[in-house]
Design a protein around this ligand. Structure first.
Ligand SMILES: Cc1ncc(C[n+]2csc(CCOP(=O)(O)OP(=O)(O)O)c2C)c(N)n1
Ligand SMILES: [Mg+2]
Length: 815
């Protein structure tokens, strides 16, 4: 059922001009009188508390002591002294249902958001949050020293949790595993800050997507710096967030455009570079909105030195977003009086400039304005500030105290215990999954029903057209979970009408509404970033990268985001994301490389590569039942292969294959061949040759999963055979198989007749289809290598050079 957005030549060739509207700059008109004194006081208190919080950090970084408390803080402290009004104004306009994502410089934003949530939530809810969060680990030390009002306790709780987090204490918001640049606390709507500049720009759209798809209240704010607007992933996030389809193709009851505000915290500097006047050309970040969509992202520039101007802008943007007219962009002008970090000597800016901004300091300006207007007397403001400062100092003192606020011991396995959550979650929500037809009525499901799921049919090999293949297997697993988990969605390039880049999704267009399966822009960083944001919010998602070669385009999102948030949150958030990555062939150097080694190297990702229908279904089922990020490789060479190993065929019913388990595909006793990826079929061919020509029986084991990996079946086999060859289509240098070989050497050293031999593709670019036989390991290479390096084969004459001398020669040349 193709969508009906028809492109008409006469329309697109008609003469016209493209119109832009004016972009407001500092449009706010003073409305101080509209605020009750209590609100003005709370804005003041919050700004003062943030200033004090960071002043203390600055002092201990520079001097190692603050008011008699000595403390050496080894880690980073990117301070936002000067930016408090922007943070407090932003948070004042939000509720706990609104989620913020931040940057390396977000202490002020997380404190402001917490204070705002604490002022809004009921006392009962606050107590519930504080008591239940990590079983009261943060509350305990605070409560022991403070008996007072709940809200007061909650302020202390958060200040203490934040300081403890920055100081890497067990009592930190994230058990000290996040730290200054990655602290967060989801019960108050505070989602990850991000040490990768612009990191939140591609993730936050996924959070907004989660709100739309799952009809959740609130908006999402990505607080990112002015220099981050030079980052590709930020532009990709904006592109992802501004797709027309939310309003043209999706069910209107979902609410329209993504409820996301890109809030540029514009302090005029990167570290030393200046986006305006030096490193970018837009002059006004707000201008960027004009290029994005006809609404120009409702962009405007706002005075971030005035908290009331920020509140006014935030409220208006929030209204627009809740009306489904997102995304929005704010260019919030502020200034970082502090250095980029405490060691920064500010060599890149004039002292006079810093002085001018210090004179204009938002906190002092607010004090003058509020007291002179008579709204709140100066002495009341001053005593409130004193009270806040004392509270902040108290919590600093408590967090700095190693006895009250211990670190985990260095011999602790804490980090290892949170790298993966290893949970099983059937569904992340109880509502009925939205489907457009019953699964049984789906044409593809019907077609698969007629396919043959066994290796043989009536004693004969099954013809390709009739065989239940790997595409069908993945499809079946996906459909199962789509029909069970209402939060589950899938997206990527050409995912919908095209049927997925390689036809795996054919038939899903009829089954799933747009918001559960959709096409994205060609924005790999945007795709993976959005999947990360969706997963962080607690939704299940399958994202597709068309070719492994495109992983570089989503490098940060895969390596630093998808992989790391579970551990950096100390297991507070899940990451139920399956990243399907297809490995190409026949398309040359930039479309045919198996990059499994890259993700295998990154802690925090599960990495699997099933190559049979039985394995593909069972492993996709397991990936879709879990809560960890799984990079699920698929090979384009073999999508239409039927089952060749499971005699009883691929079950129609649901089953899971544990992701750590290798699979013995053929039993043997003379030699072990271990494969990863479609090289399994090459190995089977070689095993046939060994049997036919030399009477040798090779045991062939498919690794299936690189991470996690149970070595026991491999070691058992090698102990029996004493000989092992490892094979994959990835280039040999640094491949998954090199790691497996190194570990097997140690695990089975005493049983080995010869060192393990690793065969992979040559350390070259992948050449043209016609030349691939010189690049990917061929079945003859296995016999050549076995003959040269493991077991001389009687009368055998190798056709290729697989000797150790050749290995050393190639290494010397770097090829
Ligand atoms: C991808 C990436 N590149 C470079 C850095 C190093 N770095 C940290 S902060 C920063 C400047 C960021 O400027 P901006 O986005 O305006 O935020 P601000 O520091 O002004 O708050 C740089 C270059 C990084 N952390 N991540
Ligand atoms: Mg900046």
């Amino acid at each position: 059922m193709p969508k009906s957005i028809i492109v008409q030549p006469e329309t697109v060739f008609a003469r016209s001009t493209i119109q832009f509207s004016d972009i407001p700059v500092n449009a706010y008109q003073d409305d101080l009188a509209a605020y009750p004194a209590a609100d003005l006081l709370s804005i003041w208190e919050d700004m003062c508390a943030i200033r004090e919080f960071e002043t203390i950090l600055n002092e201990i970084k520079l001097k190692g002591t603050f008011q008699g408390i000595a403390y050496q803080h080894a880690g980073p402290a990117h301070l936002s002294i000067g930016q408090e009004a922007a943070a407090v104004g932003m948070a004042f306009a939000l509720t706990a249902d609104d989620h913020i994502y931040g940057s390396h410089r977000s202490h002020g934003e997380i404190l402001a958001k917490a204070f705002s949530a604490i002022r809004q939530l009921s006392e009962a809810r606050l107590m519930e949050i504080m008591r239940s969060y990590r079983d009261g680990a943060i509350l305990g030390p605070v409560e022991a020293r403070h008996q007072g009002a709940v809200r007061d306790l909650a302020f202390r709780f958060f200040l203490y949790g934040a300081y403890s987090e920055i100081f890497a204490r067990e009592t930190g918001l994230n058990r000290g595993l996040g730290g200054s640049m990655h602290a967060f606390f989801t019960p108050f709507g505070i989602y990850p800050n991000n040490a990768i500049v612009g990191g939140s720009g591609s993730i936050a759209p996924g959070a907004a997507l989660f709100k739309r798809v799952n009809r959740r209240p609130g908006i999402v704010v990505a607080n990112i710096g002015d220099a981050s607007f030079g980052c590709g992933p930020v532009w990709e996030g904006i592109t992802f967030a501004s797709m027309d389809q939310y309003r043209t193709l999706w069910d209107p009851s979902l609410g329209g455009g993504l409820p996301i505000l890109f809030n540029c915290i514009n302090n005029h500097y990167g570290m030393g570079g200046q986006p305006c006047g030096e490193t970018m050309g837009c002059r006004f970040i707000a201008r960027i909105g004009a290029g994005v969509n006809p609404e120009q992202m409702h962009a405007e520039r706002v005075n971030g030195y005035d908290p009331l101007a920020v509140i006014d802008a935030l409220r208006r943007k929030k209204r627009v977003l809740l009306e489904g007219k997102g995304p929005a962009l704010l260019d919030t002008i502020t200034y970082r009086i502090s250095g980029h970090s405490p060691s920064d000597a500010s060599s890149y800016r004039a002292k006079e400039e810093i002085e001018r901004w210090r004179e204009a300091d938002s906190i002092q300006a607010f004090r003058r304005r509020v007291s002179e207007s008579g709204a709140v007397p100066a002495d009341l403001l001053d005593s409130a500030a004193d009270r806040m400062r004392a509270m902040v100092f108290d919590m600093f003192r408590l967090a700095a105290d190693l006895e009250a606020s211990p670190r985990v011991p260095v011999d602790s396995e804490l980090v290892g215990s949170v790298m993966f959550s290893n949970r099983k979650v059937g569904k992340f929500d109880d509502r009925a999954p939205e489907l457009m037809q019953s699964v049984a009525d789906n044409a593809r499901v019907e077609q698969i029903r007629g396919k043959i799921r066994t290796p043989l049919h009536e004693g004969r090999p099954v013809p390709k057209m009739k065989a239940y293949n790997i595409r069908d297997a993945i499809f079946e697993a996906l459909v199962h979970r789509f029909a069970m988990d209402p939060t589950m969605i899938a997206f990527g390039e050409e995912n919908r009408d095209w049927g997925g880049a390689f036809g795996v999704y054919r038939g899903l267009t009829e089954l799933l509404p747009y918001h559960r399966l959709f096409n994205t822009p060609i924005s790999e960083a945007g795709i993976v970033g959005a999947a990360v944001g969706y997963g962080l919010e607690g939704g299940r998602v399958v994202a597709e990268l068309m070719y492994a070669d495109f992983m570089g385009r989503a490098g940060d999102e895969i390596f630093n985001q998808l992989a790391k948030w579970q551990a950096m949150s100390a297991a507070q958030v899940p990451m139920p994301v399956v990243l399907r990555i297809s490995v190409g062939a026949k398309y040359g150097a930039q479309h045919s490389q198996d990059f499994s080694a890259l993700v295998h190297h990154i802690p925090g990702l599960k990495v699997v590569y099933p190559v049979t229908p039985y394995d593909a279904k069972g492993m996709m089922n397991a990936a879709l039942a879990g809560t960890d990020p799984v990079v699920f490789f698929e090979s384009q060479k073999i999508y239409d292969f039927g089952e060749m190993f499971e005699d009883s065929g691929v079950p129609e019913d649901y089953y899971e294959i544990e992701l750590a388990e290798p699979s013995i595909k053929r039993k043997g006793q003379d030699l072990t061949i271990i494969t990863f990826g479609p090289a399994l079929y090459t190995a089977i061919g070689a095993a046939d040759d060994l049997a036919a020509q030399f009477g040798l029986s090779a045991e062939v084991i498919d690794l299936r999963s690189a991470v996690p990996l149970n070595y026991n079946p491999l070691v058992d086999s090698v102990r029996r055979t004493g000989k092992v060859l490892l094979l994959s289509d990835a280039v040999e240098r640094g491949s998954v198989m090199q790691t497996v070989a190194a570990n097997l050497t140690q695990l089975a050293f005493d049983y080995l007749d010869a060192p393990p031999v690793v065969l992979g593709a040559r350390n070259w670019i992948t050449p043209a289809a016609e030349l691939e036989a010189m690049f990917f390991p061929q079945r003859g290479w296995l016999l050549d290598a076995i003959h040269e390096r493991i077991l001389p084969l009687k009368g055998y004459r190798p056709a290729t050079n697989q000797t150790l001398e050749e290995l050393a020669r190639r290494a010397r040349l770097g090829v």
